[in-house]
Design a protein around this ligand. Structure first.
Ligand SMILES: C[S@@+](CC[C@H](N)C(=O)[O-])C[C@H]1O[C@@H](n2cnc3c(N)ncnc32)[C@H](O)[C@@H]1O
Length: 233
């Protein structure tokens, strides 16, 4: 079916830096992500070598590359051809062969084959405004097995609107000065102005409405990051 003319352009909302060949090689150092804790959570939830895992908004593949040896099929989906090229290069260097890289987005990835047992997404859903997040979550539910797990991490705000100024200021004041070491104050301010982080009390009903039971919620001490363990009902 043809894409309607009113449909969101996912590439235009992907964040210009994720499409920039000058930025992407420094991404892993800047992000400094260790996937070990998330992998341990997924293993505790039953992840094994028979499973199909989809990583949506996989970026440079820090999670995907660590998870691939633990599952049967790992599909790394990202709208950015630059991020995916970096991921492919890292996969080739490490000799991992069960990763499929797909240049699509939350709203355009068409899953083929056995339904997913696990869907993982970290710091990517905020690229979509809330209407589109709801569509994306419904699409995720449709690509999964009943009982499958969605593990979703994102910049999600677990505070009340009247607390916004104080919580956000505390977050911004902890940002590093140097962009190689993390997201600077200016970059976080841009995130607030131009991207679509939402409140936990808006996102959680969206997750449930899409057909998931939220089994675990971690709102985090900063109240600007949340992680959700969701079961496909
Ligand atoms: C901040 S990075 C996070 C990458 C990785 N998940 C991580 O935790 O390091 C956000 C990623 O989401 C991707 N992205 C943005 N919009 C997307 C969409 N609509 N569908 C899929 N990926 C998207 C970007 O290209 C980028 O690679």
């Amino acid at each position: 079916m043809a894409t309607p003319s009113w449909f969101l352009d996912e590439l235009a909302h992907a964040g210009g830096e994720h499409l920039d060949p000058g930025y992407v090689p420094g991404y892993d150092r800047k992000a400094g992500t260790d996937p070990a804790d998330d992998l341990a959570i997924l293993r505790d939830l039953g992840l094994n070598e028979t499973h199909t895992v989809i990583d949506l908004g996989a970026g440079t593949g820090t999670f995907a590359l660590a998870a691939a040896p633990l599952c049967h099929r790992l599909i790394a989906v990202d709208v950015s051809p630059v991020m995916l090229a970096h991921l492919r290069q890292k996969a080739a260097q490490s000799g991992i062969e069960n990763i499929e890289c797909v240049q699509r987005g939350f709203l355009s990835y068409e899953h083929q084959g056995a339904p997913a047992d696990f869907v993982y997404s970290r710091h990517a859903l905020h690229h979509l405004p809330d209407f589109w997040k709801a569509l994306a979550l419904a699409r995720i539910a449709a690509m999964m097995n009943t009982g499958g797990i969605l593990y979703l991490r994102d910049l999600v705000f677990s505070f009340e609107p009247h607390e916004a100024e104080s919580v956000i200021e505390k977050w911004l004041s902890g940002a590093p000065e140097h962009p190689e070491l993390g997201w600077t104050r200016a970059e976080l301010e841009m995130h607030l102005r131009e991207e679509y982080s939402t409140f936990s009390w808006l996102l959680e009903p969206m997750i449930a409405h899409a057909g998931f039971t939220i089994q675990g919620i971690d709102h985090g001490a900063s109240r600007v990051h949340s992680a959700y363990t969701c079961i496909r009902a």
